[in-house]
Write a protein that binds this ligand. Structure first.
Ligand code: NAP
Length: 299
């Protein structure tokens, strides 16, 4: 069994992103990312802080807009409209979850598709399905594929089982891995909470990717010897030995599954760091496309 080191791969992507920032600077452009946070969710706050820190490290123009929990939908839409018009901003991200009085779909639809670096706008979802390379692909699925490619895992022709069918992860990942050409051409099965005979399905997979949100869900009995396992799940479980009283675990029963795998991602340190790396990489792509500069590297 070999561990897939997401931190190291993410660092490599950040170096490429930094090179792109320098290339863009020579042409008089600076990639800009606006992140909007509504309310006081501690996990969201941490994600937003990490994104801002990484932006600063790589030389991005970065704007962090923190709004109170009682921000109205109209006010939030007005902020999105301002960023849509702002020439210094190339990527806009509204951190989810949003307070329940705000219709998340309305907000996503309001973001200019050219600046939708999360890849959630219907135009970008359609572009993913249509295999149009100008679209933005959600960051976590992109990160998963990047890890597979970096570790030389054959994707073409592989039997891949994705657990979870959210747009943010499972469904987008399935579309991505079944695209024609490099990094795609997999035979993908998507499983969800209504799937029957899951064990039979996952045991036939060369690659199992879990995006459920259920700690230790994937057991040794679910995977065949030599399978590759990518664990997208991030779950908090109580742990009195930790300073904050919890620790993060994935969807995979790592201890028992890992010995059967040829490759497996840990949690934390697997897919997580890749998501920010792909976000900044998408922002470079947005900046290049808006200014008509050829994209240097593409993830
Ligand atoms: P979500 O929207 O809640 O979707 C969960 C999916 O899992 C649903 O499609 C659900 O099926 C399926 N599911 C639930 N129980 C199942 C079961 N027993 N068997 C098979 N499928 C089951 O969650 P998400 O946003 O996709 O996130 C999934 C996990 O990934 C979470 O732990 C999240 O924290 C993590 N995540 C990590 C990153 C990262 O950067 N690493 C990014 C995003 C998300 P139904 O559709 O039938 O309900």
């Amino acid at each position: 069994m070999k561990l897939i080191d997401g931190k190291t791969v993410a660092e490599k992507i950040h170096e490429q992103t930094h090179a792109s920032v320098q290339m863009l600077a020579k042409r008089g452009h600076r990639p800009g990312l606006a992140v909007i946070l509504v309310g006081d969710n501690p996990a969201s706050r941490t994600y937003v802080r990490k994104k801002a820190e990484q932006c600063a490290k790589l030389g991005f123009h970065s704007v962090k807009l923190e709004l109170p929990e009682n921000t109205s939908q109209g006010e939030l839409l007005a902020h999105v409209a301002t960023f849509n018009q702002d020439p210094e901003i190339h990527g806009i991200l509204v951190q989810s979850p949003l307070p329940t009085h705000i219709n998340e779909a309305k907000i996503v639809h309001a973001i200019s598709p050219e600046k939708d670096v999360d890849g959630f706008h219907p135009i970008n979802v359609a572009k993913l399905a249509l295999e149009d390379p100008s679209g933005f692909i959600p960051c976590t699925p992109l990160g998963c594929r990047c890890l597979l490619l970096e570790y030389g895992v054959p994707i073409s022709g592989a039997n891949v089982v994705v657990l979870g069918r959210s747009m943010i992860v499972g469904k987008s990942l399935a579309l991505l891995l079944m695209q024609r050409g490099s990094g795609g051409d997999a035979t993908v099965t998507v499983a969800h909470s209504r799937t029957l005979h899951l064990e039979t399905i996952t045991r036939a997979a060369d690659i199992v990717i879990t995006a459920i949100g259920s700690p230790h869900f994937l057991q040794a009995k679910h995977v065949r010897d030599g399978a590759v396992v990518i664990d997208v799940g991030i779950n908090r479980v109580e742990d009195a030995s930790q300073k904050n009283g919890y620790r993060l675990v994935g969807d995979v029963d790592f201890e028992n599954v890992a010995p059967k795998c040829s490759l497996i991602t840990p949690v934390p340190g697997g897919v997580g760091p890749m998501t920010i790396a792909m976000l900044l990489s998408n922002t470079i792509k947005a900046c290049c496309q808006i200014h008509g500069v050829q994209v240097l590297h593409s993830t």
